[in-house]
Design a protein. Structure first.
Ligand code: CP
Length: 349
């Protein structure tokens, strides 16, 4: 089952096609309809943009929607470790939960953030991979521990919308935040920009590197697509000539699961908040952030409300990019079922 787990699983030409389709949909093109087919949305974490844009995309495509939340009166707590002795809080295993949901819907979208307790579990992306293994239908990643591919596809679309040249400089900057945050967005932004062939600079303080495996993948994507990836703590050098400043906070890998150590490490870094002085060092750069964003913590009002910010268009493109993505996923399922109908499995005599 193909699904959509990580943007870089798609060839660059396919991403380009989806982004073009997203921009056509944004301009008013009519989406294909898949009446009678169903999309499931299962959220283990809060959401504004992802929830609203997937619901709206489902409506545009004529899909039935099954929307579920975890916690409170939502779905049962789900265990994802094989061989677990389930005498704790989780009432159901992903093997059953995924297989059952796969009988109700044709495509299942999952949001399951990193817990930032166990680096091993988060690095394995254990919960969404449990669904990918056991659902029997394509899984769309609405942000997992490692990746946020729908955000990355929308961001690619946004770069196209603003005619940002393919070789332009994108600075992915760490920002201070009161809490340690997952790596899915910075990982996906880094790899998306590398796959576009951009000059990507990761600007971060000491102790806030992204994982070696993600950096290695980004270097390989950049090499294959004519771009580059570098890492620095030198703000002025990083921002010089930048066309895009993409801000995001992320947790320290060295203090994963140790919130007190992480808080002490972050305490002297409050000045990592994007303000006008940062933007003035760039080549009239656009400011991007996936949202939600904490004003005057991650980025100052003057930037969000100033001429640099494109965050609202960026968020709007979640709808168009996901409509294009789901259209492509359901069209692919339709083609497969037509092939099966033409070539039925012969009955045994
Ligand atoms: N960017 C993003 O995924 O927003 P939500 O968490 O509100 O869905």
């Amino acid at each position: 089952m193909k699904g959509f787990y990580h943007l870089a699983e798609l060839p660059t030409a396919e991403i380009e096609k989806l982004a073009v389709r997203a921009l056509h949909l944004r301009a008013g093109a009519t989406p294909k309809r898949f009446d009678g087919k169903a999309l499931g949305l299962l959220f283990f974490n809060p959401s504004l943009r992802t929830q609203a844009s997937f619901q709206r995309a489902a409506g545009k495509l004529g899909l039935d929607l099954v929307q579920l939340q975890s916690g409170g009166n939502g779905v049962w707590g789900i265990e994802c470790e094989d061989g677990a002795l389930m005498d704790g809080g989780n009432a159901e295993h992903v093997r059953e939960a995924a297989a059952v949901l796969g009988r109700f819907v044709d495509v299942l979208a999952i949001r399951a953030f990193a817990g930032i307790q166990s680096l091993d579990r988060d690095s394995r992306d254990a919960l969404i991979n449990g669904f990918r293994k056991h659902a029997g239908v394509p899984i769309v990643n609405m942000e997992s521990a490692l990746w946020h591919p729908c955000q990355a596809l929308a961001d690619w679309t946004t770069l196209d919308l603003f005619d940002v040249p393919r070789r332009a400089k994108l600075v992915l900057t760490w920002a201070w935040h009161p809490k340690p945050l997952p790596h899915a967005v910075p990982n996906s932004t880094l790899c998306m920009a590398a796959q576009r062939g951009m000059e990507v600079v990761v600007l971060r303080p000491h102790g806030y590197d992204l994982s070696d495996s993600v950096m290695n993948e980004a270097h390989a994507l950049a090499a294959a697509n004519g771009g580059s990836v570098s890492v620095t703590e030198d703000r002025a050098r990083a921002l010089e000539g930048a066309s895009i400043v993409y801000a995001k906070s992320w947790a320290s890998l060295g203090a994963w699961g140790k919130p007190e150590l992480e808080a002490a490490q972050r305490a002297p870094l409050r000045e990592w908040c994007v303000d006008a002085s940062w933007m003035k060092l760039t080549d009239r750069a656009r400011f991007m952030h996936c949202l939600p964003v904490r004003r005057n913590v991650v980025v100052r009002d003057e930037v969000l409300d100033g001429p640099w910010s494109i965050v609202i268009d960026q968020a709007e493109n979640r709808l168009h990019a996901q409509t294009a993505l789901l259209e492509s996923q359901f069209a692919s399922l339709e083609r497969k079922s037509q092939v099966r109908a033409k070539n039925p499995v012969p009955l045994e005599p």
